[in-house]
Design a protein around this ligand. Sequence first.
Ligand code: S3P
Length: 433
Amino acid sequence: MGSYRVAPAERIAGEVTIPGDKSISHRAVMFGAIASGTTRIQGFLEGEDCLATMRAVRQLGVEVERPGAGEVVVRGVGLRGLKPPAGDLDMGNAGTAMRLFMGLLSAQPFDSVLIGDESLMRRPMERAAKPLREMGARIETVEGKPPVRITGGSKLHGIRYAMPVASAQVKSAVLLAGLYAAGETSVEEPAVTRDHTERMLQGFGCEVRARGGVATVKPPRELHAADITVPGDFSSAAFFIVAACIGAREPFTIRGVGVNPTRTGLLEMLALMGADLRLINHRTCGAEPVADIEVRPAKLRGARIPERLVPLAIDEFPALFVAAACAEGETLVTGAEELRVKESDRIAAMARGLDALGVRNEVLKDGLRIEGGRIGGGTIDSRGDHRVAMSFAVASLRAEAPIEILDVANVATSFPGFAPLANSVGLKIEERA
Ligand code: S3P
């Protein structure tokens, strides 16, 4: 389980480079596996979630080597070269891995079973299973949840699917199945979601069109292996962006961050709250835009968060809620019911945590109202949710007493080395077994 004891820190200073993007690392290994030829990945996130994807790909008969830190070599077997796995495929804590594999495995000639950890076994999988069934897949959940059982050998056909929820995982699952379907497959999204799948499939030589909120894939003869450099994860950078907003006394820089516009809603939200954020040194990393993010000291005030920004910051709300707790006045988040089905119910988990620190808040069915002010010390149950744990560690920059954060082992799913990195710029996190 593990816990953090975080002493109040006065300030954060210096700069950080954060680890690779989780979404892109999953996709790089998975798409590399079904490409023809060798895919070399640099900057791969060696977090538990992406390692689960790597293990699954190996169970499917793909050779994967790890020649050095952040380096992965995937010997692609081609679209039709995957082998039946010997046992269940364990996705650990990774919702992305499970939902993307549902799409990919629906199209294979063999059966497979997907399982995960306690948190993942409680998460909704019908959102991906339903459109896949429409394509002809045979796929079963247990009351909507894992284990997910896929019967192989189905002939898939292309569909046009209007997603009821804005989910990049569902979109990606359908597009992956679409690689194997007869005819084109289109996914219409109710709001813009991260487009890493579309960008990367194009990089692998696949014809993918994205226009007017509709992504369309044409089944390719094959995918061509490609070299991929993974940018820093914006969602990991978010903890340091918020930390700098509430705790820097001079400009603080986060280097090499992926700034794909489908991911950076947090920047707009914080700007609305008065933060002074600048993107500098713009460059690209393959198909993805990258920049350094400079945060200058500024006073935060509460804001009403526009609902249109929610899908562009879906993983950043735990960090945003901490920023709101440190802002002057009230912050209101609505339209964010998806937070209830993440690694934990993040509305409930964050509200209980804020309560423990004496921050006034009101739980709404689809969001949270937070009254900024003083932050005390206390004990937080992270509910095994990595982002809840890291957010409350950041809150220590304004806390008046130590914060104890329980059940933090899952920080390693997305951000191995978070505590030492945070400590190197001024936080005071003591890791306990
Ligand atoms: C992800 C999509 C999002 C996000 C998750 C990663 C992806 O999930 O929360 O952390 O890599 O496609 P949803 O598709 O459920 O919104």
